[in-house]
Every structure is written in C-alpha cells, then in structure tokens.
Design a protein around this ligand. Sequence first.
Ligand code: AQP
Length: 332
Amino acid sequence: RPRVLSGIQPTAGSFHLGNYLGAVRQWVALQESHDAFYMVVDLHAITIPQEPKDLRANTRLAVAQLLAAGLDPERCTLFVQSHVPEHAQLAWIMNCLTGFGEASRMTQFKDKSAKQGADRASVGLFTYPILQVADILLYQANQVPVGEDQRQHIELTRDLAERFNNRFGGTFTVPTPYILKETAKIYDLQDPAIKMSKSASTPKGLVNLLDDPKATAKKLKSAVTDTDTVIRYDAVAKPGISNLLTIHSTLTGESIAELEQRYEGKGYGALKTDLAEIMVGFVTPFRERTQGYLDDPETLDSILAKGAEKARAVAAETLSHAYEKVGFLPAK
Ligand code: AQP
C-alpha cells in the first residue's frame, strides 16, 4: 500500500473548519487505502512561544479530536512528534542541505515573521519547513495530504529529497502533495479573500469545531456574502457564497451542482440556515466524542505509546540509512 504522512499542530486547542475540511477529513479517508502515519506536531508548535502546561493539554486535545474525527489506531499509526527523536535528528541533516536563500523564500515564514516582527521570530520558525521535510522523508511517504497553504513546503521536501539522493545515492522517496481541489482552501467567513486561519481570522470568521454549537450556527448565519441574490458557485465573483457551498457540499456529500439546483430561486438566508443546522449536526457529536477520549487519558496514552513504537521502527531505519550515506562513523 502506498504510504501517506501528515501532521497537525497542537497550538490552538480546537481544530478549525479549515484544518478539518482541508486536511483531517482526507486523513480519515486515506487510512482505508494507504499505510497512513499521522502525528501531532509539538516540535513545530514551539516555533512560537507556548505555555508548557497548555502545550501538554493541547497535545492530548489534538489527539482526542483526531480520534473523534474518525482516525482509527487499528488502521493508521497515530503518534506525537516529540516521541520520535529521529525527527529532530534528520532535520539537522536537512538544515545542512538547505540554502539560506532557499529557506528565506518560504512564504509562510515571511508572513508569520512579518506579523511577529522579524527580530522576534525564532530561528525555529525559520527552519520550520525543514523540520517538515524531515517529518515526511523519515517515513518514505508517497503522498502528503495537506491544504493548499502547505504546497510550497512539499515542493521543498521534493527538492531536498532529490538533492540528498543525487549527492549521496538513493535514500528517500520523493513525495507528492495530496491536495483536493474542492477543499484546498477554506475561507474566512467574514473575509472570504483570506484563508480561515487561527492567527489571521477574527473570531467571527473562524469556525472552531469545539465551540458552542449555537455560537457556530450564529457565525454561519452572519457569514459575509454579496449583494447579488443568486446561489451559484463562482469563486471569483462570489467568494463568500462559493465558500458556503463548498462547506455544505463537503459535509453532506451533495455536489455543488445539486445544491445550486436545490437553492434556485431561494435566498441566501435559506442556504445559511440549512448550513448552520448541518454544522450543528456535525459539531455536536464531534465535541462529545472528543470529550469522551479526554475523559479516558489512559486509553489515549496507550494509543500514543503504540503509535510511537510503530513510527520509531520506520523512522529509525530511515535515519540510520541517512547517517550512513552522509558518512557519520557508526557508534559501536
Ligand atoms: N483554511 C484552510 N483551508 C484548508 N486547509 C487548511 N489547513 C489549515 N487551514 C486551512 C490545513 O490544516 C492542516 C493543519 O494545519 P496546521 O497544523 O499547520 O495548522 P495551521 O496551518 O497552523 O492552521 P492555521 O489556522 O492555518 O494556522 P496559522 O494561523 O498559524 O497559519 C494543514 O494541512 C493545513 O494545510
């Protein structure tokens, strides 16, 4: 079976709708057909300051949400990044293969460091994409299911895998991004020109899955649309409505064409009311399931212990090949 690898940060507490529709939903589907490795990337999280006790709680919370979303530890390998030390070890080698200018061109770093002030951004934030390269290459992943915002980092991964292979001999699988066109980018409900994101969105524009369902319904009902009245998918002329149609279609499985037909002659209010109801129907059991996993930390920890063991077996083998290729003297 082809292998997939992906990760999610434990920074915000709740996952938002962009994380879920853009990435996690695909993870759940791919565990049926692929040898799937999914992790909570706590090493990535500390590229910006974290309160230690919050980081620990949010890491558990992220795992609980992944299980609530449908990841099954019998079907995939679910683990926490810091439980597998090989990530940091391979990242060092990849750091040494990456040009400074090349790393400087990563747009996510440019955006995030500009927000923090260039002097305050950590070197870890700068090398974040290179740690991600190590994450992917350690597992010899064929595909990486992510949202559109991660495409450039997957390109970097491909470049570095090829560079290493050319310089030292075939070692790493060169991965491809797995990005579904429909849900590659979920937009902010108040500003459909920007992606829904925990750092850039205002609270009204961001749908957190663990928020009170009533508040979520309200946000959907007050989503920004346009002055036209026709419910039609047109990402350029009607970004707000198009975003709502995407969310509706993905959650219900109805095609956009079916939805356009169903809402013909109806107002925006009808679409928003229905979508609010669909969302409440989705988040209510999701919150309950998440709480159920949080209430049973022993099961959670045992899932993570097994996951880390499986992940380490693969990661250690790849790392030892890479060490040998680079020319490190084996420890006796
Ligand atoms: N709006 C989005 N649409 C589609 N996919 C998205 N992802 C994030 N936002 C959207 C995808 O979610 C996965 C996990 O992302 P992460 O752990 O890196 O979280 P993030 O990208 O830091 O989330 P934010 O909200 O986008 O954070 P900031 O504000 O820090 O930029 C990834 O596969 C990502 O593509």
